[in-house]
Design a protein around this ligand. Structure first.
Ligand SMILES: [Zn+2]
Length: 95
């Protein structure tokens, strides 16, 4: 068993070798798909801990909405964050 790249909880990985992606089922982040190349490179990013926290919540929200994140490349990651952040800000305002 491997750990979720976003929240470091135990997660179930399903390998899709033909597209070099993994489906991840995480108790915290829900379900998402991520390219092998991102799995190995993302954690090297500067400020990764903060980005990972946002991605964990973005993945959960997308998974709950029935449209799991499919992160094939870096732009997909940025898009996921950009889509999620306004929602998070709106929720904070509603509190
Ligand atoms: Zn997770």
């Amino acid at each position: 068993m491997a750990n979720c790249v976003f929240c470091d909880s135990e997660a179930i990985f399903t390998d899709f070798p033909h597209v070099a992606m993994q489906k991840v089922q995480c108790g915290l982040c829900g379900e998402y798909q991520i390219a092998n190349q991102l799995l190995s490179h993302l954690p090297d990013q500067q400020d990764w801990a903060r980005t990972a926290e946002i991605l964990s919540k973005a993945a959960r929200a997308a998974s709950d909405a029935g449209t799991p994140l499919k992160l094939k490349s870096e732009p997909d990651v940025l898009t996921a964050i950009a889509r999620y952040l306004p929602k998070a800000a709106a929720e904070r305002e509603a509190e």
